[in-house]
Design a protein around this ligand. Sequence first.
Ligand code: NI
Length: 214
Amino acid sequence: MMNRCATLTALTGALLLSACNAPGGGNSNTMAAAPAETDLRGARIGGPFTLTDQDGKARSWAEFSGQYRIVYFGYTYCPDVCPLDLQRVAQGLKLFEKKAPERAAKVQPIFISVDPERDTPETIKIYVAAFHPRLIGLTGTPDQIAAVAKQFVTVYTKERPKSAGVYIVNHTRTPGLFAPDGAPLIMLPVDDIRTSQAEGTPQEIADALDRWVK
Ligand code: NI
C-alpha cells in the first residue's frame, strides 16, 4: 500500500504528499503538540457537482451550502484503507457530537465513490449505514466521478481485473473538511500506514473538528 500511496502522491504534488504522510509519523516526539490536520485554506479544492445518493436521489454540492462538509473519496470494495479511514472519521464525528452537539450538527459527512461501476446506490446504502447514520454516499457515471475527483484533487486508478469484476482501485486518501461556503479548510489526519503507531485517531479527528467548526 505504501508504494501505491507514494506513486499516486508523486503525480499530484506536495498537497497530497502531506495527506499521505500525516504529521506525527516519524517525528512524533517533536511534533506531539502540533495539530494533526493539514491546513488547506486557499487551495483550489472542491467545486459544484451533482451526483446520485444511496437512495437514488440527485444531490448537489450547492445544497450543502451553510454546512461544514467532510468529503472522503473511496470505494465500498476497498479491502483496507477506506473502511479504516471512514470508521475513524465516523468515530471522530461521534465524539465531537457528544462534546458539542450543536456545532457537530452543522457537519455533513459525505462519501464519494471512485468505483462507480460497482458502487451502485444500493451497494453504497448498505456501506454508509455501517459507519454513521448521517453519512451520505454518492456515486455517478464514470465521467461524472472523474470530473468530481479532478475538482477535489483526488487521484484514482483501477487495476487490471484479476477476474471479471474483481479489481483494486488505488486512490488517494483525502478526508477534507470544507467550510459552510464550500472552501477547503483542512485535511483531517489519517493513519500513516507505514508506522506501527496510530495516527489520525478518532480523538485527533474530534479535536480537529473542535478547532475548526465554529
Ligand atoms: Ni480505499
